[in-house]
Design a binder for this molecule. Structure first.
Ligand code: UFG
Length: 326
């Protein structure tokens, strides 16, 4: 298939591009490089340096590349930032998605896969969280993703666009050639690894008074390669199915303290940690029930334990101590 990947120079998107190329698809990457890295783009993919806010430029890419499918990763993604700057998220994420989806429909795109989020489930009634959990976005970021899911609902109902909304829990880990390099970095695992590399003095644990066994937040860490495989399976499944919603996680939760401990064990470095105030927007516990995608599409994560996920990240960060910037 001809797949256009927005955000294909970013952390998760670049891994999905590699997986698509390896599966024999023809891939185009649309990315404005605000957060992404040109060198993260698979050399076998066509590259379009375009901002989704520029509707005419998006139309040009659609007209020249002529994709039949889209994977939409490009987005503002930080829960905490979205609490500080709600309109950046409620504006950009939604307007850019409208540009993309409307243009895609106008150019005959048949299938669309959205990077959605576990942040749809603030204070869930049942943990692990399944697809039937009520949706209560936990931040302007989560709300923006929910809006985009609703836009896709109407794009399907009115224009027949087939779509999958993949709700990731905490993407983590690296492949031997693609890694996590955000500026600024805000994610737990790469920050703890920076301490191990001597690039940061300590890790601040945001809150130890949550209603969890050790008081720190619990998350479900899922390897980027496993996420990428879920995208490939969903793309294929949309041949038969019209609408898919899946929660993607390992089904195991780890507290912030457990993550720090795992990085200590994997790296063999002493890592100094300090308790700090809670970060706004953080729910106490997010763990996925991913049985539906396992049963329906046969998805089977390869990285099922936190050690192997952290090991993959440690390997990449040791090989790329300055990320893509060296
Ligand atoms: N944390 C710390 N110290 C840090 C950084 C993070 O204690 O220096 C904690 C956070 O408070 C949170 C946990 O580590 O409890 C994980 O935080 P991350 O920033 O790594 O990830 P988030 O859970 O905030 O968010 C990620 C993605 C979102 C997505 C969400 C889904 O960034 O886009 O997972 O669960 F919505």
């Amino acid at each position: 298939m001809k797949v256009l990947v927005t955000g294909g120079a970013g952390y998760i998107g670049s891994v999905a591009v590699d997986a698509l190329v390896a599966s024999g698809h023809e891939v185009g990457v649309l990315d404005n490089l605000y957060m992404g890295h040109r060198s993260a783009v698979n050399p076998q993919a066509s590259f379009f340096e375009v901002d989704l806010a520029e509707r005419s430029a998006v139309d040009e890419v659609m007209g020249s590349f002529c994709p039949d499918s889209i994977m939409h990763f490009a987005s503002n993604t930080l829960v905490c930032e979205s609490v500080r700057e709600p309109f950046k998220y409620l504006g950009d994420n939604i307007n850019n998605a409208i540009n993309l989806i409307d243009s895609a429909i106008g150019h005959g795109v048949e299938r669309f896969i959205l990077s959605s989020t576990a942040n749809l489930f603030d204070e869930p009634e049942t943990v692990p969280i399944s697809e039937t959990e009520r949706i209560v976005p936990g931040s302007p970021y989560g709300e923006s993703k929910y809006f985009v899911e609703r836009i896709l609902h109407w794009a399907h109902r009115t224009k027949g666009l087939r779509y999958a909304a993949l709700r990731y829990f905490n993407a983590a880990g690296c492949t031997p050639v693609k890694g996590e390099d955000h500026d600024p970095e805000t994610h737990l695992i790469p920050l703890v690894i920076q301490v191990a590399l001597g690039q940061r003095e300590n890790i601040k644990i945001f809150g130890d008074d949550y209603p969890t066994p050790d008081g720190t937040c619990i998350r479900d860490y899922i390897h980027v390669e496993d996420l990428a495989q879920a995208h490939i399976l969903a793309l294929d499944a949309l041949r038969e199915r019209e609408v898919l919603h899946y929660n993607l996680g390992n089904g195991n939760g780890f507290s912030v303290k457990e993550v720090v401990e795992t990085v200590r064990a994997v790296t063999g470095h002493k890592i100094s940690a300090e308790i700090a105030a809670r970060r706004s927007g953080d729910p106490a516990t997010l763990i996925a029930d991913s049985r539906l995608i396992r049963e329906e599409l046969g998805w089977k994560p390869k990285f099922t334990d936190l050690n192997s996920i952290v090991q993959s990240a440690w390997d990449w960060h040791q090989a790329h101590p300055h990320g893509y910037g060296y």
